[in-house]
Design a protein around this ligand. Structure first.
Ligand SMILES: *[C@@H]1O[C@H](CO)[C@@H](O)[C@H](O)[C@H]1NC(C)=O
Length: 119
């Protein structure tokens, strides 16, 4: 019964994804749906499904250029996967690290005193 419930849920998610790729607003809605689904999977202790849903949310956030939200979702995905699929957890955490590293790098380059110094 639990499984058929989640099966239905993932079909709804898939259906929604098709609609959602048409505009940013829809992508944002999809992000929120994935995050909500992920939290439901977490409550049901379905860690790999939760990790997967967080991962999808993270990818959508990336599409929207929401780097911080994306990294946060990858960390959530990693934490969920940790209980079911350690290798996948590492993948997600590595992606989060890449995003954080990239963010730090861009802060350093845009605020670098060397670059902004006027003669
Ligand atoms: C977890 O969710 C997935 C996706 O809906 C489902 O295929 C799988 O059977 C579920 N696993 C458990 C243990 O409930």
């Amino acid at each position: 019964m639990l499984n058929s419930h989640f099966g239905l849920q993932s079909s709804i998610l898939t259906l929604c994804m098709c609609v959602c790729y048409r505009g940013n607003h829809k992508v944002e809605d999809a992000c929120e749906m994935y995050a909500r689904a992920a939290n439901m999977f977490k409550m049901a202790k379905n860690w790999s499904a939760a990790g997967n849903a967080f991962c999808q949310a993270a990818r959508l956030h990336m599409q929207l250029q929401n780097k911080l939200d994306s990294a946060t979702s990858f960390v959530d995905a990693g934490n969920a996967y940790k209980k079911a699929d350690p290798q996948e957890a590492i993948n997600c955490l590595n992606q989060a690290i890449d995003i954080y590293t990239d963010m730090v790098r861009s802060v350093l380059t845009t605020t670098s005193p060397v670059k902004n110094r006027t003669p």
